[in-house]
Design a binder for this molecule. Structure first.
Ligand code: NAD
Ligand code: USQ
Length: 397
């Protein structure tokens, strides 16, 4: 199939592009490189060195004989994104191209506005481009489990049956997100559902949990094919950060009480889920939602698992409770349904001691490059003056 990958230079998008290309699909990447610009402006970097997009694509051609096309462009620029739909005529589009960090979106007003404009306008442009140039194209959109928040009832996959005053209906599951970033995904979901209804677009909204892991069958073929490895306070996510912290005996940073429970998924499963969604597309006019996670853990459970595995390889890992920089429930009920991808054939790689050890061992190979200052959380949900960004990083007023 002709598959357009928006955000194909990012952590997930690059691994996804390689995987789909390896399966014989015709892959086209569209990315504005904003993630790399953020690193350059703030002196952050992926712990595993990553090649430029041009070098990556060239290396993949050398190694696999397969061509991945790419174009540098921004989804908020309608002419740029429309041109790709018009020329490439994708049969499926996988949309990763958003500002995806909750802390980034909570730095200050500028970063909140940037996050929501980038994500909501970009997605709206994609919807219009599909309508205008490829109405049969299946939109596979990355949402987030964080759209639901932490309600005191089971989380369903997108919709819930409500009985009210003698009547009943199946309605979108209530959304209670915890950051301006997570809110941007809620706004996207509403726009996508509406466009499916009015224009007959077909779409799968993947409410994905926190992804962990850095290696796939393709990324390990050559160092130039590596994908991002983020551990900083803005883009690093919980389990990835814990493994990298353990590799340098840095105390694992559990925010607050640590009973915050979230859905998690291995990188290998994340890319397989998208292949499954593409292989069984939504029907014309259908807006469907899958919860893309395979397990749920509290932060303390994760930290304890990482500490145990790190100690087995001779490290002195331990956890600390850091004052929570976020405003979020620290003790809550959590039980999220996640059967629809299993029904399509997903065979999950569950979190095990050996998976954790391989993550820690990979981090050990890079540990002399870890900058402990980047680990410390300085973005605080309660203040409007955060420290991480004090330069002009291209976010316009
Ligand atoms: P990432 O930041 O590594 O990659 C996103 C890519 O999109 C980057 O290469 C960036 O340059 C590009 N991009 C951003 N805005 C763009 C725009 N306007 N036009 C063109 N390109 C743009 O993030 P990731 O971790 O790979 O996440 C990909 C998607 O998956 C995001 O939508 C994110 O919200 C979602 N997601 C990620 C996780 C996770 O744990 N990483 C979990 C759930 C959902
Ligand atoms: N946390 C810690 N210590 C850390 C980092 C985080 O205790 O060092 C806590 C946070 O307070 C939070 C939980 O871990 O309770 C998850 O935080 P995270 O940074 O791992 O994940 P989050 O901010 O939710 O965002 C990430 C991705 C985002 C994606 C989301 C999926 O950056 O793109 O949408 O995971 S989900 O969490 O299911 O919404």
């Amino acid at each position: 199939m002709r598959i357009l990958i928006l955000g194909g230079d990012g952590y997930l998008g690059w691994a996804q592009s390689l995987y789909l290309s390896s399966k014989g699909h015709d892959v086209f990447i569209f990315d504005n490189l904003m993630r790399r610009h953020f690193d350059l402006e703030h002196n952050f970097s992926s712990l595993l060195p990553i090649a430029t997009l041009q070098e990556r694509v060239k290396a993949w051609k050398e190694i696999s004989g397969r061509q991945i096309q790419f174009r540098i462009g921004d989804t908020t620029d309608y002419e740029a994104i429309a041109a790709v739909f018009r020329e490439f005529q994708p049969e499926a589009v996988v949309h990763f191209a958003e500002q995806r960090s909750a802390p980034y979106s909570m730095i200050d007003r500028k970063h909140a506005v940037f996050t929501q404009v980038n994500n909501v306008v970009g997605t709206l442009n994609v919807l219009y481009a599909i309508k205008e140039f490829t109405p049969a194209c299946h939109l596979v959109k990355l949402g987030t489990m964080g759209e639901y928040g932490t309600p005191n009832i089971d989380i369903e996959e997108g919709f819930i049956e409500i009985h009210h005053k003698g009547r009943s209906d199946i309605l979108p599951y209530p959304k209670q997100p915890n950051s301006f970033y997570h809110l941007s995904k809620v706004h996207d979901s509403h726009n996508i559902m509406f466009c499916c209804k009015i224009w007959g677009i077909r779409s799968t909204d993947l409410n994905q949990g926190i992804v962990y892991g850095f290696e796939t069958d393709e990324t390990v073929l050559d160092p130039r094919l590596a994908t991002r490895m983020d551990y900083d306070q803005v883009y690093g996510t919980a389990l990835n950060r814990f493994c990298i912290q353990a590799s340098v005996d840095y105390p694992l940073t559990v925010y607050g009480q640590g009973q915050q429970t979230r859905g998690y998924i291995n990188l290998r499963d994340a890319i397989r889920c998208i292949e499954l969604a593409i292989a069984s597309p939504a029907q014309e006019g259908e807006y469907r939602v899958f919860n893309q996670m395979t397990e749920q853990f509290s932060l303390i459970e994760l930290a304890e698992m990482v500490v145990k595995q790190a100690q087995e390889v001779g490290l002195h890992a331990r956890m600390v409770h850091v004052a929570n920089p976020r405003v979020e429930a620290e003790e809550h009920y959590y039980n999220a349904a996640h059967t629809r991808l299993i029904d399509l054939g997903l065979e999950p790689h569950l979190l095990s001691g050996s998976v954790l050890q391989s993550l820690i061992n990979l981090a050990i190979t890079q540990r002399e490059h870890i900058d402990p200052e980047l680990i410390v959380p300085t973005v605080n949900w309660r203040t409007t003056k955060n420290e991480v960004v004090h330069t002009n990083d291209g976010v316009s007023e």
